[in-house]
Structure formats: structure tokens, C-alpha cells
Design a protein around this ligand. Structure first.
Ligand SMILES: Cc1ncc(COP(=O)(O)O)c(C=O)c1O
Length: 376
């Protein structure tokens, strides 16, 4: 084999279509870097794309989760059900509200939680559930909706990976009764550089989120500019999205379909090649409905293969070490045997839209060679 192709040395990277640079320059020259009309336009464009009435743009996916949980009434004394198999941001967002996480098991084939696992984890303190749409796959908890509504429990879904995915025929973000949180971070399906967004369930909820993201000030930026005062109605954060990030997001959205198709094609190419490899199990993202964020496999000899591939220059990764074993979250540890077994076997393959089929074949060949090498 020759030199490692550049694209497979990275596990993930942003994909730029071209117009982002011009959009960013225009926004820089416009001179309003905080909330501006560009952010309003980005919010409307995302809402239109998903076919929903509104979207509230915020500074990050983590902020989106924290603000959505707060708006759902999550507060000290409450528990929030969340899989341990997620990025630590999901857990920090819960702790930021003063509530505690209650870690829940996943289905090892999808790395997502499901209705049965969630039902088992409910306690009288449960106030919200944060299903994580791992890899972009939708999580359908609709069989629990009536029960959850009766108990005043809100579903705040962590759709950081899932912009553009569907649950059956409906866009993630467009299902009634669910507060959906997206990340528009650097390597997400749609990037703003950094950023996040919440799909509110009602107009009052949207208003509340806009107040919370702007330091509790009820007047909009435009209203504030035209008056001698403003009202700080309640607690709030500085969590607005910058116009610079919104400008990048608007330029990205124009070409999103291309990226979505590319991600699906790459994932399918991996799936076709991985069939032939013994001892490798692909995490199932429900590809026909999903814009995949990553391509993740289980393999029994993970640590050895991971080290060998990294040593040969391949950008393999592990997403994510389980949170219930992290020192910061140890207080809420409980045994999760399925998560623990799965976590020892996970490996993410290089996956981003700048790759092509040859890059995928290169990774597959390197993986096959590494699997064929005996453990010393
Ligand atoms: C599953 C998950 N949730 C939440 C987040 C937080 O998003 P952000 O980085 O935009 O704050 C991430 C970011 O990688 C994530 O992967």
C-alpha cells in the first residue's frame, strides 16, 4: 500500500461548499456580530426546511439541551433519563439545570435507547427524558407518549447527530410533542462553525427560549435598540447564536441535500464492504431514514485493532467512552452491562463528506489486514 490518503487520516471534518467564505465576509462587514437579522433568517430557513413553524438558534448543542430542559421545567430535585452512551455534553446540560442524570441502557445494535429501557428507568422524580439520536438514527418513544404526558414528563431529544434524518416519514424535529435539540458544531451534518437549535413545541415555548438565551431580557434586539430601557424578566444565559455562525449555516443549508446524499452513499459503501469481514458488526443507523453522522463498528479485539490502525495513520476513533464511568458523573453510576460490553468494542471509522469510495476501500483493506493479524 502507498501513502495513506489524506482524507482517511481524519475521523471527521467539516465540509465546505464554497459560498460560506463570502457569506462570512458579508456578515463580518455588516458589523453586527451578536444576534442580527441573519440569525432570524437562519431560524426561518431551518424551520422551512423541516416544515415546522419555528426554530430557536443558540450558541451550541449543549446550550440547546440546557435551555430546552429548563423550559420543560427541569430543576433541582428532578431526574432526567439519558443513555450513558453519548457525548458528555448531554450529561452536563442536565447537571446545569440542577437536576440529576439517571443513566439508561441502550440497544447494542443501534446504540440508542428505546421505550422498554426508558420505562424501566422511570422513577417518581423523572421530569424529562433525553433520548440520544446516536449516529443520526431517530428514536421513537411514541408508545410512551400518553404515559409520559400523564406524568408531566417531557421528551427533550438530543438530535446533535441527526439533522436531516427522519422518523418514519417525518423529519426529526417535526414530530409533535417532542422538544428537539440540534448541534450545528464543526463536524455535524450541518455546520455553522459552532451553534445549536431548538424546535419549540408552542409559540410561548419559543418566546421563553428566546428570553432564556438572551440573559432573561424579554425585548428583542431590535426592540431594545429603540427604547431607553429593557426588562430582565428571569434568569437567562448569554447563549445567542452569533450572526457569523448563522451566515455559515445559511450557506450550508442551501447545499444540504448534496451532503445528505454523500453521507448515505459513504455509509452504504462501508456497509457493503464490512459484510465480508468476520468479527465486525456495523452499528445500524436505519440508513433509509437517516443522514448518518458517523460509521461505527463493534469488534471484539477493539483495542489491538484501534492501536494498529492509528499507528498506520488512519483516523479511527471511539465515540464515546460511557459516561457512568466518568469521574465527574460517578455519583450517578449504576450497572449498565449492555452499555459496558458494547463500549469495550466500539470503533468509529473515518467518515466525512470529503471522502470518496476509494478512501472507504482503503479503510476496509487496512481493517481487513489488521483483523487477519494474529494477536501476539
Ligand atoms: C450526542 C451529542 N450531544 C450533544 C453535543 C453537544 O453539541 P455542541 O458541541 O454543539 O455543544 C454533541 C457534540 O458533539 C454530541 O455529539
Amino acid at each position: 500500500m502507498g501513502a495513506v490518503p489524506l482524507q482517511v487520516t481524519m475521523n471527521a471534518r467539516p465540509y465546505l461548499h464554497g459560498p460560506e467564505a463570502e457569506a462570512l465576509t458579508e456578515a463580518l462587514q455588516a458589523g453586527q456580530y451578536g444576534h442580527s437579522a441573519i440569525v432570524d433568517r437562519f431560524e426561518q430557513a431551518i424551520a422551512d426546511y423541516l416544515g415546522v413553524p419555528d426554530m430557536v438558534a443558540v450558541a451550541s448543542g449543549t446550550a440547546a439541551l440546557q435551555l430546552a430542559l429548563t423550559t420543560a421545567g427541569v430543576a433541582p430535585g428532578h431526574e432526567v433519563i439519558v443513555p450513558s452512551q453519548t457525548f458528555c455534553a448531554s450529561i452536563h446540560a442536565i447537571l446545569a439545570t440542577g437536576a440529576h442524570p439517571r443513566f439508561v441502557e441502550i440497544n447494542p445494535d443501534t446504540l440508542c435507547t428505546d421505550a422498554a429501557n426508558v420505562r424501566d428507568a422511570l422513577t417518581p422524580k423523572t421530569r424529562a427524558i433525553v433520548p440520544v439520536l446516536y449516529g443520526g438514527r431517530a428514536v421513537d418513544l411514541s408508545t410512551l407518549h400518553d404515559e409520559l404526558t400523564r406524568q408531566r414528563i417531557t421528551i427533550v431529544e438530543d438530535a446533535a447527530h441527526a439533522f436531516g434524518s427522519h422518523c418514519k416519514d417525518t423529519f426529526v424535529g417535526a414530530r409533535p410533542g417532542v422538544l428537539t435539540c440540534f448541534s450545528f458544531g464543526p463536524i455535524k451534518n450541518l455546520t455553522c462553525g459552532t451553534g445549536g437549535g431548538i424546535i419549540p413545541r408552542t409559540p410561548p415555548e419559543a418566546q421563553e427560549l428566546r428570553t432564556l438565551r438572551a440573559l432573561g431580557i424579554v425585548q428583542s434586539q431590535t426592540q431594545r435598540a429603540a427604547t431607553t430601557s429593557y426588562t430582565v424578566q428571569e434568569f437567562g444565559l448569554r447563549a445567542t447564536m452569533s450572526a457569523l455562525n448563522a451566515a455559515i449555516g445559511l450557506a450550508q443549508l442551501e447545499h444540504f441535500e448534496k451532503v445528505a446524499a454523500k453521507r448515505q452513499e459513504l455509509w452504504r459503501t462501508y456497509a457493503d464492504g464490512l459484510h465480508a469481514l468476520d468479527g465486525v458488526r456495523l452499528v445500524d443507523v436505519d440508513i433509509d431514514h437517516t443522514v448518518p453522522f458517523n460509521c461505527v463498528i463493534h469488534l471484539t479485539d477493539r483495542d489491538r485493532v484501534f492501536a494498529a490502525l492509528r499507528a498506520s495513520g488512519l483516523g479511527v476513533g471511539v465515540h464515546y467512552p460511557p459516561n457512568h464511568h466518568q469521574p465527574a458523573f460517578k455519583h450517578w453510576h449504576r450497572p449498565l452491562p449492555v452499555t459496558e460490553r458494547s463500549a469495550r468494542q466500539l470503533m468509529s471509522l473515518p467518515f466525512h463528506p470529503s471522502m470518496n469510495r476509494d478512501d472507504v476501500q482503503y479503510v476496509l483493506s487496512a481493517l481487513a489486514r489488521s483483523l487477519a493479524t494474529e494477536t501476539p
